[in-house]
Ligand binder design. Structure first.
Ligand SMILES: Cc1cc2nc3c(=O)[nH]c(=O)nc-3n(C[C@H](O)[C@H](O)[C@H](O)COP(=O)(O)O)c2cc1C
Length: 222
């Protein structure tokens, strides 16, 4: 999954990464002006992306505005336009309430990312693990639920799955892995977390990542 920033070189490198990822790359685009987003969706389609999306919580980033590339909140109608502008699955990243998740379903998004952007866009936002259960209760099975924020070990993956995520995303640890050891560093990190996840599954009687029970966190299962 690649990001988007004011520096155009980052977009070029993101498209290169997607083109070399054998149909597994996902482009996440900032909530720019509609035509700018659609132009980037086309870039991602050409690069062979598996999906596209926008980080709707990037709406207030001053770093973008300072470089003449304004970002802003998107209306429900604008989101609908973007979803129907591509045949690729569309992801809305930055969902923090059950109501927003409902709207994502209504807008025909294929997936949401329950995310507060790593706590980097607005102080005092709740943690994603706190809001995830209510969101999952509302929309589980109607779209894919990704979650991120503070996944640092395999056990954290298990906890997010138990709270209702279908899959997790990992951000900052990958930066450390990549800077420290390039692709080998990233592979090391993933393998370590995978081993930890398997260990956690063994010790909680979890046979399948699709069947993680809430009871491993809360004895009453609530
Ligand atoms: C330096 C930095 C740049 C980021 N840029 C983007 C971005 O371009 N698009 C995006 O959707 N999220 C971006 N994020 C947020 C991450 O995707 C992720 O939601 C957040 O860091 C929480 O996950 P983590 O705790 O595993 O890092 C960025 C985060 C960091 C630290």
């Amino acid at each position: 999954m690649t990001g988007d920033a004011a520096d155009p070189a980052l977009w070029v490198s993101a498209m290169k990464a997607i083109a070399s990822s054998k149909d597994r790359g996902i482009a996440i685009i900032k909530p720019r002006e509609q035509k700018e987003i659609i132009s980037r969706i086309r870039d991602a389609e050409k690069a062979g992306a598996a999906a596209v999306g926008i980080d709707i919580d990037g709406a207030g980033l001053i770093t973008m505005a300072l470089k003449g590339q304004p970002v802003s909140p998107k209306t429900f109608q604008e989101i609908g336009e973007l979803v129907s502008a591509t045949r690729l699955p569309f992801i809305l990243k930055g969902i923090m309430t059950a109501g927003e998740a409902d709207l994502a379903v209504e807008a025909k998004a294929a997936a949401i990312v329950v995310s507060n952007h790593g706590g980097r866009v607005l102080d005092h936002t709740p943690g994603t693990a706190d809001v995830l259960p209510e969101i999952a209760k509302r929309v589980k099975g109607r779209l894919i639920i990704f979650a991120d924020g503070g996944v640092r070990a395999g056990a954290d993956v298990l906890k997010f799955l138990a709270l209702g995520a279908d899959a997790v995303l990992i951000g900052r640890p990958l930066v450390t892995g990549a800077f420290g050891g390039g692709s080998e560093g990233v592979a090391f990190l993933f393998n370590k977390m995978k081993d930890e996840l398997i260990q956690g599954m063994l010790l909680t009687g979890t046979a399948d990542v699709k069947l993680v029970k809430k009871e491993i966190l809360f004895s009453s299962g609530v």
